[in-house]
Design a binder for this molecule. Structure first.
Ligand code: NAP
Length: 252
């Protein structure tokens, strides 16, 4: 029996978990940060909550006698990726980074590419009406711009922050359809879409919607990631890596 820890929280992690659930010789444990209140269930045993940094994760890997680590966290989950790299290195565990390719602008797209949320907020013109598909974690620099009209997409229903009761919260859970994204942007009278370059099909509908409406997009590019692991850009490639590991034994 091979024990595999899957650092999850993405559509790719869920698809990989589904494929691995059909493999009785692989005992897969999915790990979620616990940020979403009621995540859709995974088809494999699942734990929730942080490990306590890289040292905590290394201790967990040892205690649970994990053989393989697949880091399929979101491209913007930079801390978890760094922790996974450090912990796998410390334990001497094979690690795969599963990460979908970033999006690239298509014909007619009007993208302004920026490095982080601060730069994204600064890139919006005075009085803009911004639809933020950035997640609540990146909200602070936008809230500081009192001249902006802001709509933020959230997974869980929540209250606007006390200082900005005017913030519109748009509840929704991916995947979204293009027509629904067009309707959401129009309902908020958005002049700009702000998003992170997550990549993947599940979130691409908002970009197609912005294209259809000729809306400018402020695109926050990905943070730097540790480059020390083999990488897979698809679930199929991740499965191939796991197969290869099983064939040659998992060590190293
Ligand atoms: P992060 O900043 O890189 O990680 C913060 C801390 O959360 C980590 O140090 C770790 O705590 C814990 N953590 C993160 N992912 C975990 C996992 N899969 N299992 C157990 N603990 C985890 O991560 P984040 O950006 O907050 O993302 C949190 C989760 O949401 C990830 O699973 C990610 O895939 C998902 N997600 C993130 C985004 C995004 O835009 N950032 C978007 C969609 C989904 P300890 O140090 O205590 O271990």
């Amino acid at each position: 029996m091979t024990r595999l820890l899957l650092l999850a929280g993405t559509a790719e992690a869920r698809a990989l978990a589904t494929a691995l659930a059909a493999r009785p010789e692989i005992e897969t444990l999915a790990s979620l940060a616990g940020a979403t209140r009621a995540p859709a269930p995974y088809p494999v045993p699942t734990r929730r909550g942080g490990f306590g940094g890289a040292a905590g994760l290394a201790a967990f890997l040892r205690a649970a006698r994990i053989d393989l680590l697949v880091d399929a966290t979101h491209p913007f989950a930079a801390r978890m990726q760094a922790n996974a790299a450090e912990a796998a290195g410390a334990v001497g565990l094979p690690r795969l980074r599963l990460s979908r390719p970033p999006w690239a602008p298509g014909p007619g797209d009007r993208w302004r590419r920026v490095a982080d949320a601060e730069a994204a907020a600064a890139a919006l013109p005075p009085g803009a009406s911004a639809f933020l598909a950035t997640g609540p974690g990146s909200l602070a620099p936008f809230l500081a711009r009192r001249d902006l009209r802001l709509a933020l997409r959230v997974v869980d229903p929540t209250e606007p922050p006390p200082g900005r009761p005017d913030l519109v919260l748009v509840t929704g859970r991916p995947p979204f359809r293009v027509e629904d994204e067009i309707a959401a942007l129009q309902a908020q009278a958005a002049t700009h879409l702000v998003c992170k370059n997550a990549g993947g099909e599940a979130g691409a509908a908002k970009l197609l919607a912005a294209r259809a409406l000729a809306l400018p997009v402020v695109m926050i590019e990905r943070p730097a990631a540790p480059e020390t692991a083999p990488r897979a850009e698809s679930v199929a490639a991740a499965l191939a890596w796991i197969e290869a590991r099983l064939r040659r034994g998992t060590s190293g």
